[in-house]
Design a protein around this ligand. Sequence first.
Ligand code: NAD
Length: 477
Amino acid sequence: MSYPDTQLFINGIWKPAASGKTIPVIDPATAQPIGTVAHAEIPDLDEALAAAKAGFARWKTSSPMERFQVMNKAAALLRERAEEVAVWMTAEQGKPVAQSKMELLGAADTIEWFAGEARRTYGQVIPARNPSVTQITIKEAVGPVAAFTPWNFPVNQVVRKVSAALAAGCSIIVKAPEETPASPAALIKCFADAGLPDGVLNLVYGVPAEISGYLIPHPLIKKISFTGSTPVGKMLAGLAGQHMKKSTMELGGHAPVLVFDDADVDAAVSVMATSKFRNAGQVCVSPTRFLLQDGIAEQFTDGFVAAAKALKVGPGSEAGVDMGPLANDRRIPAMEELIGDAVARGATLATGGKRIGNEGWFFEPTVLTDVPTDARIMNEEPFGPVAILNKFSQDDEAFEEANRLPFGLAAYAWTTSSERSQRIRAEVQAGMVTVNHNGLALPEVPFGGILDSGMGTEGGSEAIEAYLQTRFVTQLG
Ligand code: NAD
């Protein structure tokens, strides 16, 4: 496997940082360096800002059909390159190659969805009180965007922001994850090779706080989009607010899973175990707090623990591996502390709980049962391969627990009762609710949280709105 070093992409040119500085990239399966990424500082950001300014002037006047064509070409290139890029993504992030490839093909779907959206940025004609007056609204690109994306889905997190911005006619500077830089750079290259004009799309890496601290207040930047943890999101949204910038925040979650006595337990176990341990649980919508009704709790627990034990953990590059290593060394103590705290407070460790070996950042698929509410893991996003299995008797208890936390990202439920389904739809406070299957994260459906899980959506027909502004024009005669 040859893993490429990653450069900055500014004004249509791949280049090292002006200072020549780089950051090492580590393979989480070996904890060994495999390459480097260029480390941008203020002079590089100034260059990216100038490029985004010129890029915006060019792209905002492009026709929706031009955007549609360039974006569809980029999607086609990404599909062609998915096999090769998946290997790089696995080397830098850890997930099994099949999951990397699925992420890349899903990213191509996302580009195509937003390419179509470019052609549907309709304004309105508003009936006027005076027949000689014409009243219209115009939707137009908001301006250059600054986007900040994390390491768990190196390409998927970038593609949602880039595709929506480009479809709307915005230019964009992306600060992609330093830990996993090569696969997002390969995505950016697809757009460049598809003929996107220079300066419209720019890519930087560096110290996240330095870059956000410079770009968000900068007068040229008109829109911020961030995916990451709730505390960082609140800070960046505050900064954006101070400078009156629009922002989209896709933040943390702590998804409840309500499994009622009338559920199809086998299906619930199978779908939820796959969802839980996908990407080693480092997923903002990962199912986390399982709430099992008394009648099915034992059957579900036995099945889920067996499914967790059956998973093959190993390097994502090896055939047949279900779960790769954690993506960075910070996740190991994070898991150990949360699990240790839960057990100290009386939880039972049904399986897992430990790091595997001492080479790379592998961790056992872990199941905790009977976890008390005051355990840290019941309140903080674990962002790792740990499931909490707790019981309830009355439906009201499950609804109360599902809505206990300030998060409101995803929620899962399993029931064959239409009455319960109705109540789930009405009462579970989450931006995304999926009942009897996992139907989240397709390009054409909303993707976003409420409450502390953020604001705005990165999927569905509303997503492009975040990159548009509405102006009203009224004319007499
Ligand atoms: P972190 O909170 O330091 O960073 C999370 C992400 O935010 C990273 O991509 C990081 O580069 C970025 N970031 C941090 N400070 C920033 C700043 N001042 N300006 C701009 N970007 C900034 O933690 P971490 O160790 O990388 O990840 C741990 C936690 O982050 C997880 O527990 C999880 O809650 C959250 N996270 C969420 C997602 C998601 O998809 N919502 C993805 C990755 C991490």
